[in-house]
Design a binder for this molecule. Structure first.
Ligand code: SF4
Length: 241
């Protein structure tokens, strides 16, 4: 259509209709309840148990859904470049207490890979200094330990696709979009996840909740309302004893 055509007009109602439909139909699937998910194992145990017990979660809005979708698209793109017997993608790992799917296993290099998309500032720090979230290392370590890998690595994708000039001056990076950080697999980290999974399932079997503990993640906790309600109940019960 020609630029400036009187026939083309913004249609916020149509946009709103799309947003409303996407938010209604594209919500993430409920989590596995039989085992602790490796991608969730870093979280507060009380939150994990409350969520598995059915605590109501806030719906994921359009921005979060688009972020999930773009993350999945990066995974698909990278995984599509690693076909063949020497690679394994989306391998399911399952122990008695924990379950997860690894992104990519490069067998001949004994190397387990987890792919993470990041905003440009986090990505620059990751790429330039190797700064990586401990929970990302733990998750990849758990996958790697299941396959007796020697190494793990986080492959980070810069979601913005480019680096603003101010960040370019601050960080020295070898690529604008993909970086990798490698580490040695530490089986003791994987054992911590197993223990957490065991505790979570024990609480679920006994219909109990782990004690409240003030944590930095409380500020963003999706089950904070259920946690506070349980805390009030626990305090009342404690005052009766
Ligand atoms: S509010 Fe804090 S203590 Fe409660 S479940 Fe969430 S993270 Fe855990």
């Amino acid at each position: 259509m020609a630029e400036g055509s009187a026939l083309a007009v913004p249609d916020p109602e149509l946009a709103e209709y799309f947003i409303e439909r996407i938010e209604r139909y594209a919500q993430p699937k409920p989590r596995n309840r039989d085992r602790l998910s490796a991608s969730q194992a870093h979280r507060c145990l009380r939150a994990v148990v409350l969520e598995a017990q059915g605590a109501k979660l806030p719906p994921v809005g359009i921005k979060g859904l688009l972020a999930f979708a773009s993350g999945h698209a990066y995974h698909d793109l990278i995984q599509s470049a690693f076909q063949g017997d020497e690679f394994a993608i989306e391998t399911e790992h399952k122990t008695k207490f924990v379950i997860g799917h690894s992104d990519l296993w490069i067998k001949r290099q004994s190397l387990m890979i987890d792919i993470k998309s990041m905003n440009v500032e986090d990505w620059c720090e990751f790429a330039a200094s190797g700064k990586v979230k401990p929970e990302h290392v733990s998750q990849c370590t758990w996958y790697g330990a299941q396959e007796k890998c020697e190494f793990g690595a986080i492959v980070g994708v810069n979601k913005n696709g480019k680096i603003p000039a101010a960040l370019k001056r601050k960080y020295t990076v070898s690529s604008d979009v993909i970086a990798a950080v490698r580490f040695r697999i530490d089986p003791t980290l994987a054992a911590e996840y197993e223990e957490k999974g065991r505790l979570a399932l024990e609480h679920l079997d006994n219909d109990t909740i782990p004690p409240f503990e003030e944590l930095p993640e409380c500020r963003f906790c999706p089950v904070a309302a259920a946690c506070a309600k349980a805390y009030r109940r626990e305090s009342k019960e404690a005052s009766r004893v």
